[in-house]
Design a protein around this ligand. Structure first.
Ligand SMILES: [Zn+2]
Length: 360
């Protein structure tokens, strides 16, 4: 018993030394600062557990383990738990202070505040254009803001006057366009036709199914570079029914389904790209964003946005559009469609269209 007591004293001495030398990090624990007032300290990691004390803004504590959004520290010699949402990571806080700004101003309206750095985190509130906040921390392309009520929330940095650059894993940076990440978004790309269904036939009997697969792979890569998770309804020359394509979309938490096609018409002077939607609202908005990006990035004629009841749109409950990427029966479009440069431009356009759809 005596031995235990001595152990505790040694422990507390160590703990206090960590508390008062903020730059030193405990070997077995990590130093955190409390970022809110009247934070409850509980005997177990849940909101119903008995409260054994309170800590407040500026207090520091050493954390020995984390689980399910709670951190374990010691309080009055007992194991105790604090909800981690109220803590500022000491190291990250110092890093944030080293940057050339400490406040940011919101540059868009109705901006979502989240409980973590990424769009897959929960929305915990909204903020508005012109509001200014202290930045507690920056992680990737997200800022953690100190709110007026003393709590903290994350905001996408590209919706503030201090956007953070995207770090592309491939090292390749999209040039000439605003880089807006697609982290947390699931996009289903649907290369039209395939296998025994060749799709439309071109001037020299080129098959639409080959063009759609080629461009889909380029688009998929660029969407992934922008952070999106991409699912292809087919990745080789196999037949996939329209029902199956819709089922694939609905099997995921799909944020956007984009069917890729090339057009054909008996009159060879007909050319250009178009984007098709079934429902007004989100689908119209997505189609419009993709079409205007296609108009900007490619030299093909714009045929605009059209409402159509294609099976993959009509039967799909996810936000879905179908894009016609030119006429393989047009002597003007066909050679353009076949260049890698054009396929890359189409991919840039779809990435930009999707980004504008999600973030504007
Ligand atoms: Zn087609």
């Amino acid at each position: 018993m005596k031995k235990m007591r001595y152990g505790m004293i040694v422990f507390w001495t160590l703990l206090l030394s960590f508390m008062f030398i903020p730059s030193v990090e405990a070997d077995s624990g990590q130093l955190y600062e409390v970022g809110a007032d009247a934070v409850n300290v509980r005997i177990a990691p849940n909101h119903n557990a008995e409260i054994i004390g309170q800590i407040g803004s500026g207090d520091q504590l050493v954390v020995f383990q984390e689980q399910y959004g709670w951190v374990q520290t010691y309080y009055d010699g007992e194991k105790a738990w604090v909800a981690s949402q109220f803590l500022l990571d000491h190291k990250e806080k110092s890093a944030a202070k080293d940057t050339s700004y400490s406040t940011v101003t919101i540059t868009a309206n109705n901006v979502r505040l989240r409980n973590g750095p990424g769009t897959d985190n929960d929305i915990i509130g909204h903020t508005f254009e012109g509001n200014t906040y202290e930045v507690i921390e920056t992680a990737g392309r997200w800022h953690k803001l100190l709110l007026d009520n003393g709590s903290a929330a994350w905001v996408a940095s590209w919706l503030t006057d201090h956007p953070q650059q995207q770090q592309s894993s491939s090292g390749e940076e999209t040039s000439g366009t605003t880089v807006v990440p697609l982290d947390g978004y699931n996009i289903v790309l649907d290369p039209g036709h395939g296998g025994r269904d060749p799709g439309a036939s071109g001037i020299s009997h080129e098959q639409e199914k080959n063009f759609t697969l080629t461009v889909a792979k380029v688009v998929a890569q660029k969407l992934r570079n922008a952070g999106a998770t991409v699912i292809l309804t087919r990745s080789d020359d196999t037949y996939v029914s329209l029902e199956e394509r819709v089922n694939i979309s609905q099997a995921y938490r799909t944020d956007a389904f984009i069917s890729l096609h090339y057009n054909a018409f008996p009159i060879t002077t007909i050319n250009g790209t178009s984007a098709h939607y079934y429902q007004m609202g989100k689908e119209y908005k997505l189609a419009q964003n993709i079409q205007s990006a296609l108009d900007k990035h490619t030299e093909l004629n714009s045929r605009g946005v059209k409402q159509d009841a294609y099976h993959v749109l009509r039967e799909n409950e996810d936000v879905s559009v179908l894009v016609e990427l030119g006429y393989i029966t047009s002597p003007y479009d066909l050679p353009v469609i076949q260049t890698e440069n054009h396929q890359s431009n189409v991919a840039d356009a779809i990435v930009e269209g999707v980004q504008n759809y999600f973030h504007n």
